[in-house]
Design a protein around this ligand. Structure first.
Ligand SMILES: [Zn+2]
Length: 389
């Protein structure tokens, strides 16, 4: 790969012909049309999020004469360059000179580029950028792009995969799953955490359909001209969850719905009963892990481990241990009631506190509470054998 450092290209040159696509959230072109700011393997523009602090910082740096860092172009042909690294900064500058956002001046007043003093405007437009133009084969460029990950916000896993497997499939994927204008996002957001811009919905959809083999899936579908299977699968999972669970709870966001769909979508559920049970479990103070409620119900309300039912505290355990042990010693039997009724050597064994675990006499699932009256210490073997009822 050949690289050439260019030091004379100005903000004005870069912003000549700048177009920002509001719908796709992308800066498109610059350098009088020669430069593609956001090739399809690049991520969406994210500097405008979080209140736009990062895009404002780019402009303030330029006004103060601070460097904004190295920028890399990929030379596709003599009249066609693509931004490899620096598209967020370039889009910030382009958006500013086309009056898409304002900065605050010394007195705290909002100031758009169009309304700035001439000398300030000139300072911005005449700022020279440090640009490396790189020439190489597609695979060289992409391999290198995959490893640089320099400056600003690092690429996340999905953004890297989008770069590595760029092509018609990724383009269609991004239109559907990375477009913050997509009307379905609000619905998806109830079950999937993250944002469209950072590819979280796309990552989730791919994760589900590929059963966690995202790279393989993207590689084998790379040149597909449709995303039918991906879209269908994702929609099936979302529709299934929202059909079974009619309540939308915060704890549902980001659960492994793909796996749960595979395991349980063939079982039938009565949404009204499910809803009653969700409400009942949400009201139960002994449940520590509310995120486990949904899988617990799907599995037939059996596996209480999923709920992490609140256990007995140390004081309770010590006090129960002391009473139980004193009584056992007096009677010459084991302080584990299960050992005491056995026929082996443990029949009269006095276990130490650290060899015992607390057990619910009346199981939590049958309404038993985690208080001292419902606590019994058992040796570890018997406690395990009794299981988490
Ligand atoms: Zn025992």
């Amino acid at each position: 790969m050949k690289t050439t450092l260019k030091t004379y290209i100005t903000v004005k040159d870069i912003c000549d012909g700048f177009v920002y696509n509001e719908l796709e959230g992308k800066g498109l072109f610059g350098l009088s049309g020669k430069l593609t700011i956001q090739p399809e393997y690049q991520r969406n523009y994210i500097y405008a999020s979080d209140g736009g602090k990062r895009e404002v910082a780019v402009i303030e740096s330029i006004l103060k004469g601070y460097p904004i860092g190295l920028i890399y172009f990929n030379m596709v042909s003599e009249n066609n360059l693509e931004v490899l690294d620096g598209q967020q900064r370039i889009t910030s500058v382009g958006r500013f000179v086309t009056d898409k956002f304002a900065i605050k001046d010394e007195s705290g007043m909002e100031q758009y580029f169009g309304g700035m003093a001439k000398d300030k405007k000139a300072k911005i437009l005449e700022t020279k950028l440090l640009i490396y133009e790189c020439e190489g084969t597609e695979s060289e460029i992409k391999e290198w792009f995959r490893t640089i990950n320099i400056a600003g916000v690092p690429l996340n896993d999905q953004e890297l995969l989008n770069a590595v497997y760029s092509g018609p499939f990724v383009t269609l994927c991004k239109e559907e799953f990375s477009n913050s204008q997509n009307a379905n996002i609000q619905k998806w957001n109830a079950y999937v955490s993250g944002s469209a811009n950072r590819q979280d919905f796309l990552e989730c959809a791919l994760e589900w359909v590929s059963k966690s083999n995202i790279g393989d899936y993207m590689s084998s579908h790379r040149f597909d001209k449709n995303i039918t299977e991906l879209k269908k699968y994702f929609t099936s999972v979302i529709d299934w969850v929202s059909g079974v669970f009619t309540d939308v709870e915060n704890e549902m966001r980001g659960l492994e719905w793909g796996r749960l769909y595979e395991e349980y979508h063939k079982k039938s559920y009565n949404p009204t009963k499910v809803s009653d049970e969700v409400q009942k479990l949400y009201a139960d103070p002994y449940i520590k892990n509310r995120r486990g409620i949904f899988e617990f119900i799907l599995g037939g309300s059996i596996d209480t481990k999923l709920l992490e039912v609140r256990v007995f505290d140390e004081t309770t355990k010590k006090s129960v241990y002391a009473t139980q042990t004193a009584k056992a010693e007096k009677n010459g039997v084991s302080n584990c009631s299960h050992c005491a009724i056995g026929h082996d050597a443990n029949k009269s064994k006095i276990w130490s506190l650290s060899d015992m675990d607390a057990d619910h006499v009346s199981a939590w699932s049958k309404g038993g509470k985690s208080d001292i009256k419902n606590c019994e210490m058992l040796c570890k073997t018997h406690n395990r054998a009794k299981g988490n009822r």
